[in-house]
Write a protein that binds this ligand. Sequence first.
Ligand code: GTR
Length: 423
Amino acid sequence: MRNNLYLLLAALAACIPATAQSHPDALYDEAKVPKYTLPDPLTLQNGDKVKDARTWINKRRPEILAIYQEEVFGRSAAPPAKVDYEVVSVEKQALGGKAVRKLITLSLAGKKVNLLLYLPAEAKKPAPVFLGLGFSGNQTVALDPGVPLAEEWSIDRVTRKLVHKTAAEDSRGKSTQQWQVEKILSHGYGLATIYCGDIEPDFPGALAYGIRPLFFQPGQTMPLANEWGALGAWSWGLSRAMDYFEKDRDVDAKHVAVFGHSRMGKTALWTGAQDTRFSIVISNESGEGGAAISRRDFGERTKDLNTHFPHWFCANFSQYNDREDAMPFDSHMLLALIAPRGLYVASAEGDQWSDPRGEFLGAVNASPVFELLGKKGLGTDKMPVLQQPIMHDVAYHIRPGKHDVTAYDWDQYLKFADAQWLR
Ligand code: GTR
């Protein structure tokens, strides 16, 4: 009987998608969210007010960045002195002649990472590019037989063992809805993707298969409490892709948007926060540890993150489990680090775990920093209704539907990019 119950539970666990972690005590009642006070992004640690752009750039921004490095994502390795890459192939007639497809191998401290780049075939000048990490191999991004099948990593839900295998042929094009390559190309932009697992597979215990150990000091076996987690490693990989873009004459490296969904949305925010070469940062339902205000007791919480995904953040971050009020930061400060560049935060109504209102309030409370730098913040603290985007230099929308990336989301990001890049 007990055995049967165990099998039933194991079978049920196998059916729960990794992206739908929740727990029975999670709060989803707005009326029950306790009051909280946010730290002021425009007050220096010594108590002085930040009244001008210079003080933000030279003093407050570095203070906040240091807090995030020390206590949240952890310190990353220094950038390499030189970009190490190889352009493996260039196909001028990809996607039925719509795209030039480049396959590039980036070498990250010796570890090979595959960068897939589609550029508009008709481009007369270097093209702006959207860059993002995928949850699975690059072959899932478009129905393009020329993209090699990735070596993918997953975890067997029943045995909890790491599975490493060449992706299945029928996985080609599985994520086209989430990437909308053709729409992106039709706006004259390119799309570049990397499989996150090339940089570090996404499981606790996968450390040894990623890039972080390549930077260990002699004798070191674990990152220190203030050293990067997997999100930091993924982010570092995105910056190396940017190093490559700066060398590719077909890419307009001054106009690169870093995009990410969910955990990759958290990663995109951290990438844009650290690396100011990205001109637009897009957070699609990044939720807790991303755009959502951590102090709000709604949906996922800091402790959930650190329990389910102990490999994502630095070890220091877990000191805030059940102690969000003690944080000398909150998500509005992470978002403020993007200023004065373009910031888009998006939510889905059916994704309450990510706390849509918390994501919106992150953008609201980051807006004063954008405004100090002469940009247009959200301009309201009233959450818009479904599918009524607010599109200033800080942008926000919420759409119906579940935790996902949809064509509607991409339509807004492309409109935002047009407004940011073509003005
Ligand atoms: C969930 C996690 C979220 C979010 C999501 C995803 O399980 O709780 O923070 O990142 O995964 O990446 O899809």
